[in-house]
Write a protein that binds this ligand. Structure first.
Ligand code: SF4
Ligand code: MG
Length: 334
C-alpha cells in the first residue's frame, strides 16, 4: 500500500532561557492511503503538538522542531520553507480542530470564507467557487446549502460549524486530513453524526486521516490503527482490534478502563490516578512510572525503548522488553 505520510523520530521542544523541554520526543509512525490512524492520549501527552509539528505550526519563537523527518509527497516537510508549507496546508494536508468557531472568521459569511479559500488555492472564478461551495455543503449534509452560504458563523450550531469545517477541509481534495478532537466540543448525538460523516467521506474520497483524540470511544468508531502517546512519546502502536482485545502498555490498559459507559456518558468507570507529567517534570526512567500499577525497580532508573512486538505492534514498556523480566520476577502491583 502507498504510504501517504511517514513521520520519523520527530522531536519538538520548547525552549525557555537555558532549558529545553521536549513535548514531542522521538515520535515515529506512518499512514497509508485511505487509512485512518488515531493518535490517542490525555491532554498534555503531546498528540496535538505532534500534529502541529507535522503542519509546521509549532508556536514560535519558543517551540521548535529539533530532530526527525516528516516525509510527505516525496519531501521532508521539516526542511520545507514557509511558502511551500503554506501551499501544503492549503492543498495537500487539511486540518480540523475541536472548536470550529476559532477557525471560522466571525465577521465573514460562510460563503465568503468558502469562496475565498477555493479561489485562493484553485484557479476558479467567484461564481464557480460559489457553486462548488454549495455542493460541498450538500456533501456534508446541509439540505439548504445556499442559505447557509449567506449565514454568519454564530448563526450556526456547533455541529453545523464543524460540518462546514469538514466541507472546507475536504474542498481541495487533500491527501491527508488531520482532525484534532473533531467532536469533543459537540454533544453526543451530534458527535455520532460527525463521526458518521467523516467515515463516509473518508471512504468516498479514499483520504487518509490522522485522528487526534483523548477518547477511545471515538477511536473505535473511526480508526483502523492506533498510536498511544504519553509524556511526548509513543508508548504503544497497534491495529484497533488488537489494542482493544489485548492492550500491552499499562497506560493503554488504564485508558481502556476509563472509557465511559454508554448509559452514563459523563461518568468514567475508572480513571487513571494522577496526571500526565508536564515536560519540565518528567520522571527519571519510564515516563509513566508515577502512575503505573506495575512499576518495577528498573522503571525508576532506565527509560524503556519502543520495541517491535509483532509485525504491526510496538510497545514501550519493560514488561515487554526481552531480558528485563528475569525468571520468576513478577510485576509489583503496588
Ligand atoms: Fe510501567 Fe515500568 Fe512499563 Fe513504565 S516500563 S509502563 S513503569 S511497567
Ligand atoms: Mg490537544
Amino acid at each position: 500500500d502507498e504510504t501517504v505520510i511517514d513521520v520519523r523520530n520527530l522531536k519538538t521542544s520548547f525552549f525557555s532561557k537555558k532549558t529545553e523541554l521536549p513535548v514531542v520526543d522521538d515520535v515515529s509512525f506512518s499512514v497509508k492511503k485511505g487509512e485512518t490512524l488515531a493518535i490517542v492520549g490525555e491532554s498534555g501527552s503531546g498528540k496535538s503538538m505532534t500534529s502541529l509539528s507535522i503542519m509546521r505550526l509549532v508556536p514560535a519563537p519558543n517551540g521548535k522542531i529539533v530532530d526527525g523527518e516528516v516525509f510527505f509527497n516525496g519531501k521532508d516537510l521539516v526542511k520545507e520553507n514557509k511558502k511551500a508549507m503554506y501551499k501544503v496546508r492549503g492543498n495537500d494536508i487539511s486540518m480540523i480542530f475541536q472548536e470550529p468557531m476559532t477557525s471560522l472568521n466571525p465577521v465573514y459569511t460562510i460563503g465568503e470564507q468558502i469562496r475565498e479559500q477555493l479561489t485562493y488555492h484553485q484557479n476558479i472564478s467567484k461564481r464557480e467557487a460559489h457553486q462548488r461551495g454549495i455542493e460541498m455543503l450538500q456533501t456534508v449534509g446541509f439540505s439548504r446549502a445556499s442559505e447557509i452560504m449567506g449565514d454568519y458563523p454564530h448563526r450556526l450550531s456547533g455541529g453545523m460549524r464543524q460540518r462546514v469545517m469538514i466541507a472546507m477541509a475536504l474542498s481541495n481534495n487533500p491527501k491527508l486530513l488531520i482532525a484534532d478532537e473533531p467532536t469533543t466540543a459537540l454533544d453526543v448525538t451530534v458527535q455520532a453524526q460527525i463521526l458518521d460523516l467523516m467515515r463516509k467521506l473518508s471512504k468516498e474520497y479514499d483520504s487518509s486521516i490522522i485522528l487526534i483524540t483523548h477518547d477511545l470511544g471515538v477511536v473505535a468508531e473511526l480508526a483502523e490503527r492506533v498510536v498511544v502517546m504519553y509524556g511526548g512519546q509513543v508508548v504503544e502502536e497497534a491495529p484497533i482490534e488488537d489494542l482493544f482485545d489485548d492492550p500491552l502498555h499499562p497506560y493503554t490498559e488504564g485508558l481502556l478502563q476509563s472509557i465511559p459507559k454508554i448509559d452514563s456518558l459523563q461518568e468514567r468507570l475508572v480513571s487513571i490516578p494522577g496526571t500526565v507529567p508536564t515536560p519540565d517534570n518528567l520522571p527519571i526512567g519510564c515516563n509513566f512510572v508515577t502512575r503505573c500499577p506495575y512499576a518495577m525497580e528498573i522503571c525508576r532508573q532506565e527509560e524503556p525503548r519502543l520495541g517491535d512486538k509483532d509485525a504491526d505492534r510496538r510497545v514501550r514498556c519493560f514488561l515487554h522488553e526481552k531480558g528485563v523480566m528475569s525468571d520468576g520476577q513478577q510485576p509489583r502491583t503496588s
